[in-house]
Design a protein around this ligand. Structure first.
Ligand code: ZN
Ligand code: ZN
Length: 381
């Protein structure tokens, strides 16, 4: 539709103030009068009519004010950095051949395309990171729903074509939304390990990232084990077609107890070549570093509020490497979306409505919650 036909006010959620605690206290306001201005698009803009958007741990951190150093124009903002929907208008560059990578190189983006967008938007293009094609590390890049006023939990948003991927028909909006942050983060973390077929990766934390990552790693023909302190997410992993080779409930394991650690290693079929910690539970990091094989790697994806304890002994005497992994880029997202469609990777979601966010946030922290919470924003698509 011509951008002049996009309504100037929209229905959606707003974060208007920071809230302490876990974020269950109804931090958002549902409004029908959120201003939306698509009258003068930048060349890189993609206007998306939202369908389904994910809710992620970083949204809770945003609610608590832990991400406020990234805010571009202050509050209010529309939350969610895992948007999907249908393109309704494009800037000039977004409609040009330059956007072909978003469609796997087949053609430029166009109105009506089903897409998802990762969080990033408008990198500066001038800094060392941008020039090296690493815009996710640009100090001036914006993040949808975190630092940019546009997020996935309102009827419309403006994304940046350089971070958008087209969704193939076999990838629904419910499956696509969690790929935009949770899925992409774990995909990139696994890819960066560069493990050969048959090598053992242990994913510590079987939540939204863990259950997707376990299947991605299996599709790459790796040996996969999954640890969690809760039964429900482990059962979910075991119910999937691409299920892990081993799962173990490590809730009662003392990571300083050598015998207990040895029992975990035995249960998962030996020391993993790499561990990926997706949770923010501090004991998980201690356990992960103690089970990782000599010369192995621990990949940090979880973002705990407290410092991660790393003793010198495993670093020096077992020659471990500890690395971090941040989201991904458009190429990674395209690869992931294709992989999910091709391999039939199952993204387990529970869908809520826009007026059910307090319920969603309450359930997210329940030990019986498994999979990924998403919100259906648009009713007609
Ligand atoms: Zn830059
Ligand atoms: Zn996220």
């Amino acid at each position: 539709m011509p951008s002049a036909d996009i309504p100037p006010k929209m229905r959606g959620l707003l974060l208007e103030r920071f809230v302490e605690g876990k974020g269950e206290d109804d931090p958002y306001t549902l409004r029908s009068d959120i201003p939306f201005d698509a009258s003068s698009l930048k060349p890189t803009d993609v206007v998306i009519r939202a369908a389904v958007a994910g809710v992620c741990h970083t949204d809770i951190m945003t609610v608590r004010g832990e991400m406020k150093r990234f805010l571009k124009e202050g509050l209010p903002i529309v939350p969610s950095h895992e948007p999907t929907g249908v393109i309704v208008a494009l800037g000039s560059e977004a409609a040009s051949e330059k956007s072909a990578p978003a469609t796997g190189g087949k053609r430029p983006l166009k109105e009506g395309d089903r897409v998802g967008s990762l969080a990033h938007k408008e990198p500066c293009g001038q800094c060392e990171e941008c020039k090296a094609n690493r815009p996710k590390f640009c100090g001036n890049v914006s993040f949808l729903g975190i630092s940019d006023k546009h997020g996935g939990l309102a009827e419309y948003l403006i994304a940046d074509y350089r971070f958008v991927a087209q969704l193939p028909d076999e990838v629904s909006f419910e499956t696509g939304a969690p790929l935009m942050c949770a899925g992409l983060t774990i995909y990139t973390a696994i890819k960066a390990l560069q493990l050969e077929k048959g090598k053992h990766v242990c994913i510590v934390g079987a939540g939204a990232l863990g259950h997707i990552g376990s299947q991605i790693a299996k599709s790459k023909r790796l040996r996969v084990s999954v640890l969690d302190a809760r039964d429900a997410p482990l059962e979910l992993c075991n119910s999937l077609r691409l299920k892990p080779d081993a799962t173990y409930n490590c809730g009662k394991v003392d990571a300083d107890d050598e015998q207990a650690v040895a029992a975990v290693v035995k249960a998962i079929g030996g020391e993993p070549d790499a561990t990926i910690v997706t949770t923010d539970a501090i004991p998980a990091f201690k356990l992960a570093i103690n089970i990782t094989r000599k010369h192995g790697q621990m990949q940090v994806v979880g973002q705990p509020a407290d410092p991660i304890p790393i003793p010198f002994y495993p670093l020096i005497f077992r020659d471990l490497r500890v690395t971090g992994s941040l989201l991904g880029n458009q190429q990674d997202l395209k690869e992931l979306v294709d992989l999910v469609g091709r391999e039939g990777i199952e993204v387990k979601t529970k869908t809520f409505k826009l007026d059910e966010l307090p319920k969603l946030l309450g359930e997210l922290h329940s030990p019986t919650f498994a999979g990924k919470a998403v919100v259906r924003v648009g009713e007609d698509q």
